[in-house]
Design a protein around this ligand. Structure first.
Ligand SMILES: [Mg+2]
Length: 224
């Protein structure tokens, strides 16, 4: 039997990026003597998109003395140290692979920071493949992003699979448009009414993993 594919989003799906970024922005503001407005601004722009260019903007706005490259390097190191993946989720990735799943990560972002987080949390060594959008300029919800992620896991989208993520447009809309089943990490939010809904909604990643393990067990029972 073909090993089924599941792709996970990284930020705010497998790791709590929001919490890490809050803590980091407070520390960054105090380190550079920024007021509360500065902390909120830095948090706002980085929450949206964290690339070296983002630090170019921050550096200019607050007249920071260090180079953009230096700011970016420190950011990557700090954030990698701050994010964590819950032990039950790390275990779940191992359980999925043991149950025959191909497990991948499909994430938008800059290669340096996303790879640093994947290594520091231990996710990298527990999955079959990873695709970071910057590697090929293919962001979710583009089809090419999902195709690249499937390829990194040694399969193709035509064989179907699942997408798990917190973003209604990038993860769920994108996953659905390439024919994947979808699980939305709702975290107590309500689904935006003008988007077609996910196949399943769960509060956190571990619940998505349990659902997939159950699904695989059912499938085995009905095909044997
Ligand atoms: Mg996300």
């Amino acid at each position: 039997m073909q090993r089924p594919l599941v792709l996970f989003d990284l930020d705010n799906t497998l790791v709590d990026r929001r919490g890490a970024l809050d803590d980091w922005a407070a520390e960054f503001a105090s380190r550079h003597g920024l007021e509360d407005e500065g902390r909120a601004y830095v948090l706002g722009v980085l929450a949206e998109r964290a690339y070296p260019a983002t630090f170019d903007v921050i550096r200019t706005r607050y007249g920071l003395p260090m180079s953009t490259a230096e700011l970016w390097r420190v950011y990557c190191t700090d954030i990698a140290a701050l994010v964590s993946c819950p032990a039950e989720v790390l275990d779940g990735l191992v359980e999925l692979r043991a149950a025959g799943w191909r497990v991948g990560v499909a994430t938008n972002g800059a290669v340096d920071i996303q790879r640093a987080k994947l290594r520091a949390t231990g996710i990298a060594e527990r999955v079959d493949g990873v695709f970071v959008s910057e590697e090929a300029g293919a962001r979710k919800p583009q089809t090419r992003h999902f195709a690249m992620a499937a390829a990194r896991c040694g399969t193709v989208l035509g064989d179907g699979g699942w997408m798990v993520g917190d973003n209604p447009v990038n993860d769920i809309g994108g996953g659905r448009s390439v024919g994947l089943h979808t699980i939305w990490i709702g975290d107590d939010r309500s689904w935006p009414p003008d988007h077609p809904g996910p196949d399943h909604t769960v509060p956190r990643a571990r619940a998505a993993i349990d659902l997939l393990l159950l699904h695989a067990a059912d499938r085995t029972r009905t095909t044997t």
